[in-house]
Design a protein around this ligand. Structure first.
Ligand SMILES: [Fe+2]
Length: 234
């Protein structure tokens, strides 16, 4: 049984810059944010949720386009292992989309939030205890650092919002990644202004909804859905 990456030293994980070190760092940040989410309500909780979204969607997009294809290439059971993680990511996409659509007063909000926390925690455990230690057995430190750089580059330009209809596998996610990222990041910028400058809020909200509608169209184009299969296809 390979050792969880949670308990290894940075050196054992391939040194700073290794994909395993970078993964664990993000997972730790997520853990802090999930605790904060639990300790807040109302407007403050909304803001923590936004920070969680920005972290997890770009993180997962880069996994699905860069890391999981490598895992499928180097591990005989890579397909099955990554399928399990992709199903968790799909559920996160659907839960966050439902939370956004439902707004702060939806009766199902507490149940959806609780489930979101649960799935995100399960996802981290599956990656750190099952998937990433198996990848570690197949790659040397230099390869882990190379993969770390590639993952980081993609993560920085990845979409930052839920897109439940997009394929969880290439080529659909890779093809739609750039337009969705531009739309998501424009919306992030508009929403940040709306929060800071209440007087422009009505106009800002119209722009934000417009960008969301365009993203919805991109998400539903046939190229964006290519590569998906059960259980993550919608
Ligand atoms: Fe991860």
């Amino acid at each position: 049984m390979p050792r969880t990456i949670a308990e290894q030293t940075e050196h054992e994980l391939g040194g700073p810059g290794s994909v395993l070190v970078r993964q664990r760092k993000d997972h730790e940040e997520l853990d802090h944010l999930l605790h904060e989410l639990d300790a807040t309500t109302g407007r403050a909780q909304e803001e923590v949720l936004t920070r969680i979204d920005r972290l997890v969607f770009s993180h997962a997009f880069a996994e699905e386009t860069v890391l999981w294809p490598v895992i499928r290439r180097v591990l005989p059971d890579g397909d099955e292992l990554t399928r399990r993680i992709e199903a968790e990511h799909q559920e996160v996409n659907e839960l966050v989309a439902a939370l956004e659509e439902g707004g702060p007063d939806h009766p199902e909000r507490p149940v959806r939030l609780a489930r979101l926390v649960e799935v995100l925690q399960e996802d981290v455990r599956d990656e750190e205890d099952l998937l990433l230690p198996r990848l570690q057995e197949r790659l040397d430190a230099a390869e882990l650092r190379r993969l770390g750089r590639r993952w980081e580059l993609v993560r920085r330009v990845a979409p930052t919002r839920p897109h439940p209809t997009v394929s969880r596998r290439p080529p659909g996610n890779a093809l739609s990644g750039l337009p969705l990222s531009l739309l998501d990041r424009s919306r992030d910028a508009v929403d940040a202004v709306v929060r800071r400058v209440p007087v422009v809020a009505p106009a800002g909200q119209v722009v934000s909804r417009g960008l969301a509608a365009v993203a919805g169209l991109v998400e539903r184009t046939p190229p964006a859905r290519r590569g998906d299969g059960p259980p993550t296809a919608r």
